[in-house]
Write a protein that binds this ligand. Structure first.
Ligand code: NAD
Length: 344
């Protein structure tokens, strides 16, 4: 299996592999860059078809964390861990303890958090054998409320930049895709700010609740991206901005929580070519990682200020994209790279 010539390899500092014969643990920890601080990122447990796909995911996701933390002005580098296995069948306390020892063996180079296939309770188990854990039930817990707060601020910045200079949301029409932990909290904040909501979710209960509590208008999940709204807010799936959907968008702004919204990087340019302002996903959804950074300090107000600063980061980013005539996703990468490269 290629490492240095793997497609997602990008000058990663450290990639470690661990097999534990007693528990069957097969895991990879990928540390992309630690110029700004320890590499923080989630531990994903997924039944990868083969080892190369697991490595690819670890390399790609750890790189993404470097950019996300740098753009959010956090003293963190980027890392990610993957456990190869089915979290519903293969996870056991012993396997998690073995993973904790693996994390510990890196001596703090990597700090682990929950991700797809792992939970806050799993992090409590890892914390029995390593102190390099974020997101335990005693530390920072569910980050979704802060993610929603940051997305709200980023959406406000986008509206302020493209539609109104006073940045108010009264009467602004937002189409929210996905009413889960982040999407519903965001919809509540938008409703409180006077926005008009159209929503979709594959869960009928979530849609009914949004209609009852927030006066939201439901549409079918397969048409939410094409609603004639001011803002399309993807808060469910990745790759929603693709060759098919971009031509169907009617909103002038895309600003939502979902990770990896662009199917490919070139779709950032496709949005710009249509005059659609895109709030880059890792810039707008950084509230959760900001919570991890500040929770230990116990200063809630300072943490909220940092989350709310996503508004100004995005305003800077949009202005720079206009000045340099480049897509916003390219500017986000450039701004993040400048920060972590300058810290070298
Ligand atoms: P969640 O699982 O709580 O919610 C996702 C919602 O999307 C669910 O209600 C689900 O029914 C709905 N959904 C799934 N497929 C759909 C479809 N085709 N159309 C419409 N709705 C659909 O997840 P979450 O924690 O709210 O996260 C939402 C997104 O934000 C994810 O992409 C996640 O990776 C990203 N994100 C979340 C956080 C966080 O703090 N939770 C942080 C950063 C990024």
């Amino acid at each position: 299996m290629a490492v240095f010539s793997a497609p997602a390899f990008d000058a990663h500092e450290h990639v470690a592999f661990r097999f534990d014969p007693e528990t069957g643990l097969k895991a990879i920890i990928s540390v992309h860059n630690t110029n700004l601080g320890p590499a923080v990122g989630g531990c994903r447990m997924w039944p990868y078809e083969n080892d190369a796909l697991a490595l690819e995911d670890a390399l790609r996701l750890s790189r993404g964390m470097t950019y996300k933390s740098a753009l959010a002005n956090l003293p963190f580098g980027g890392g990610k861990a993957v456990i190869i296995g089915d979290s519903r069948k293969d996870k056991s306390p012993d396997l998690l303890l073995a993973m904790g020892r693996f994390v510990d063996s890196l001596g703090g180079l990597y700090v682990v958090a929950e991700d797809v296939g792992t939970t806050v309770e799993d992090m409590d188990i890892l914390a029995q054998v390593t102190k390099h854990v974020a997101c335990t039930s005693e530390g920072s817990g569910n980050p979704s409320p802060y993610t929603a707060m940051g997305v709200f601020e980023g959406l406000r910045a986008a509206v302020g930049h493209k539609l109104r200079s006073n940045a108010g949301l009264e009467g602004i029409h937002v189409a929210v895709q996905g009413l889960g932990q982040v999407g519903f909290a965001l919809a509540q904040q938008l409703h409180d700010a006077g926005a008009k909501l159209t929503v979709a979710d594959i869960s009928k209960d979530a849609v009914t609740r949004a209609a009852d509590e927030l006066g939201a208008v439901p549409v079918e999940p397969n048409s939410i991206h094409a609603v004639a709204a001011d803002v399309f807010s993807p808060c469910a799936l990745g790759a929603v901005l693709n060759d098919r959907s971009i031509g169907q968008l009617q909103a002038g702004i895309v600003a939502g929580a979902a990770n990896n919204q662009l199917a490919e990087d070139r779709h950032g340019a496709a949005l710009a070519a249509r005059g659609i302002l895109y709030a880059p996903d890792y810039a707008i959804n950084a509230g959760g990682i900001i919570e991890i950074a500040f929770k230990g300090e116990g200063d809630e107000a300072k943490m909220e200020d940092h989350v709310r600063a996503i508004h100004d980061t995005l305003t800077d980013l949009f202005q720079r994209a206009d000045a340099e005539h480049l897509p916003t996703n390219v500017i986000a990468d450039n701004m993040a790279r400048e920060r972590f490269m300058m810290a070298a």
